[in-house]
Design a protein around this ligand. Structure first.
Ligand SMILES: C[S@@+](CC[C@H](N)C(=O)[O-])C[C@H]1O[C@@H](n2cnc3c(N)ncnc32)[C@H](O)[C@@H]1O
Length: 206
């Protein structure tokens, strides 16, 4: 059996970006974020996993739907320490901060209702493995969202011009190709968009 290793190279890359991340911008307008999150049916019964949460761009927006619990998960300890400083005193035990790699997801089977991967999917080094982990932790009927608040060409131009070799290869596929990958991993694709301003795919665990 192949041994999966934590993605230390990307962890270091994002650790080094963490201090400047919030100033990088442009951030999406709150209404754009909320319009997207409304599609995920977050309510007071739900546990939401924010995969690759970074410094917590989505956290306040997710909490505006009053979920039972939010798990803010990221590879980068420095991204998470900024997130902790901004959000942990406000939400107490309802906000769980988890450092780790999605490929080795340290969560119980069927423990999550909604998993959001905002701005992170192209960075997964083994996408079928990452998707199988997300499938495992989601409840049946739970939702997986993969999204960027920007168009695919824009994201690929940013990653493609990175000074870091690894990041230059972290490119987004057209959503139709993503849909085939997702469908092959036990999900039913419900909704998608792939245009100049937004990229997302929402799928249900079957
Ligand atoms: C481009 S940033 C996006 C951060 C945040 N979602 C946002 O929109 O501001 C990508 C984040 O995903 C994290 N990440 C990359 N690969 C990961 C992995 N395999 N598992 C968990 N997090 C990962 C990085 O550390 C980084 O914080």
């Amino acid at each position: 059996m192949q041994k999966v290793k934590v993605d230390l190279e990307r962890a270091k890359f994002f650790d080094e970006l963490s201090d400047s991340w919030d100033a990088k911008g442009p951030s999406p307008e709150p209404e754009v974020v909320l319009t997207f999150l409304r599609k995920l049916n977050i309510d007071s019964e739900k546990t939401v996993l924010d995969v690759g949460t970074g410094t917590g761009l989505l956290i306040l927006h997710i909490f505006s739907f009053h979920p039972a619990r939010v798990i803010a998960m990221d590879l980068s300890s420095r991204m998470l320490s900024i997130l902790r400083g901004k959000h942990s005193s406000r939400f107490g035990a309802r906000l769980e901060i988890l450092q780790g790699d999605v490929h080795l997801l340290n969560l119980q089977d069927a423990s999550v209702d909604i998993a959001v991967c905002n701005g992170v999917y192209p960075h997964f080094q083994d996408k079928p493995l990452a998707l199988s982990q997300l499938h495992r932790v989601l409840k049946k009927g739970g939702l997986l969202a993969i999204n960027h608040f920007a168009g695919r060409q824009f994201i690929n131009s940013i990653h493609g011009s990175s000074s870091h070799d690894l990041i230059r290869r972290d490119l987004l596929d057209p959503v139709m190709i993503l849909s085939e990958t997702i469908a092959g991993c036990g999900f039913h694709v419900k909704e998608w968009r792939d245009d100049a301003t937004e990229y997302y795919m929402i799928a249900e665990k079957i």
